[in-house]
Design a binder for this molecule. Structure first.
Ligand SMILES: *Cc1c(COP(=O)(O)O)cnc(C)c1O
Length: 458
């Protein structure tokens, strides 16, 4: 029998997260006056214990015991050798995925939702507000809040709210409340609806609404939570890569190629950052974050200072960005429709430590369907973007006749995304590529913004 699943024992779950801020230089977040903001300025939005993590430069940070207790519902997660997928591609490459689809909400997102709920609870917070694109983050946070007895309110991007009604039911099952964004409940939402009553919405708009809902609660018992992009989110996700390292150790293997789809960058960072540390120390590894051609933040947008949301409530962050006004085409990988990219991931791109790639929507679905028909699990639309890149790398290995070891994050299963598969099978899905003019237009808003330095860490 071939060893298909590489499984750690419960006791092997990592006890610390890896913080990449210890190893790279970063441009600071800036306030409205163009000066670096002090951590205190974020206090109305996030609890102080999470703000401390956001700016910490300690390399290893302990995972609290109550967080480990909840993560154990599904962790350690399996590392899976994709023998059947390899065979279908007739490749000499060894393909592995870290299966994050085994969590209760079906994605990697509870890896950070659980600690975020825990730290909010510890700080005395009772309500958390957030946004969600495809619905994965809203359901992950609803699940996490239910574990710690917190209330959760989710602003869900309109187009996904209509496309994915079961996500709302999932949030409700865990006690969360879900409203379509833009909504009439916030000034940010009302302003947009007045100008664009039929807008499909965007993550940028939903983030504005969720921040406003948090800071306008005068009782001080509500905070906002973000499911990607920020440093502490990347930190919490490193449990993926730290487990994967232990699993590769068990089988005396080490990856040559690391792949993850990237919307805000968190599942990619979670797998990749612990290996980036090895690369900084001399290991020869190719590391690829993958985005859809319809929302080409890393591959076509500039490295700039931009806001994380449309109403410009957030500080200016140094990142690759298509512009905070950018409303991406309604492709089905909803979790990848964000205008910016995590500052840490952006910094690694600037330094040449990782190399972004983009794939088309149809190639992604083809790879996803091949995965379903070989490995069995139906991948989330976001995950199919990573799989399309795995296919490209596996075919390259075949051409070169090299037995490369490839590993990717399997960021989630697609059982609540079957409407998208239905469209693919009926031929309704198309390839969406952005014209250069759209990208150039987006750049205009940065004209008067401060520019980040192109720092090199070593
Ligand atoms: C949210 C989501 C993503 C994209 O978010 P990242 O922060 O880039 O990881 C990818 N895959 C799935 C399944 C998601 O739910």
């Amino acid at each position: 029998m071939k060893l298909r699943n590489i499984i750690l024992s419960a006791d092997d779950i990592p006890r610390q997260w890896y913080n990449i801020l210890a190893d790279i230089k970063m441009n600071p977040p800036l306030g409205p006056d163009g000066n670096p903001i002090s951590p205190d300025a974020l206090a109305p939005v996030f609890p102080m214990n999470l703000i401390e993590q956001e700016v910490s430069d300690k390399r290893w940070i302990d995972i609290p015991e109550p967080v480990l207790d909840v993560l154990q519902i599904w962790r350690p997660a399996p590392l899976v050798r994709a023998y059947s997928f390899e065979k279908a591609l007739d490749t000499p490459a060894k393909i592995y995925v870290k299966n994050e689809g085994v969590s209760p909400p079906g994605s990697h997102k509870p890896n950070t939702a659980v600690p975020q709920a825990y730290y909010n609870k510890e700080f005395g917070i009772q309500n958390i507000s957030t946004e969600t694109g495809a619905g994965q983050w809203g359901s992950a946070l609803s699940f996490a809040c239910s574990q710690f007895g917190l209330n959760c309110k989710v602003f869900m991007v309109r187009v996904s709210f209509d496309q994915k009604p079961y996500r709302k039911a999932m949030m409700q099952a865990w006690g969360g409340e879900c409203v379509a964004s833009p909504s009439m409940e916030t000034k940010a939402g009302r302003d947009i609806l007045e100008k664009m009553p039929d807008t499909p919405g965007s993550l940028g708009i939903a983030i504005s609404e969720a921040i406003e809902a948090a800071v306008s609660d005068t009782s001080g018992k509500t905070r906002y939570s973000l499911g990607s992009v920020l440093n502490h989110v990347m930190l919490h996700q490193t449990i993926i890569g730290l487990e994967a390292k232990k699993q590769f150790n068990m089988i005396n293997e080490y990856p040559d190629v690391i792949i993850g789809c990237a919307g805000g960058g968190s599942n990619f960072a979670g797998l990749a950052f612990p290996f980036v540390l090895d690369k900084m120390n001399g290991k020869d590894i190719a590391i690829y974050p993958v985005e859809p051609k319809a929302c080409p933040t890393m591959t076509r947008a500039p490295f700039v200072y931009d806001h994380g949301d449309t109403a410009r409530y957030t500080p200016l962050l140094p990142m690759h960005s298509l512009g905070h006004n950018f409303i991406p085409p309604p492709i089905h990988a909803g979790g990848l429709r964000y205008h910016g990219m995590a500052p840490t991931v952006s910094q690694l791109i600037v330094e040449g430590l990782i190399t972004p790639r983009s794939v088309s929507q149809l190639d992604s679905y083809r790879a996803g369907v091949l995965w379903a028909r070989t490995e069995g699990v139906i991948p989330a639309p976001e995950t199919t973007n990573a799989l399309a890149c795995v296919v490209e790398e596996a075919l390259k290995a075949k051409e070169e006749g090299k037995e490369k070891v490839i590993v990717a994050t399997f960021s989630g299963h697609g059982l609540l995304d079957l409407a998208a598969y239905d469209k693919f099978f009926s031929g309704e899905l198309t390839d969406v590529s952005l014209p250069d003019e759209t990208i150039e237009e987006g750049k205009n808003i940065f004209k008067d913004y401060p520019k980040p330095q192109r720092l090199q860490s070593r």
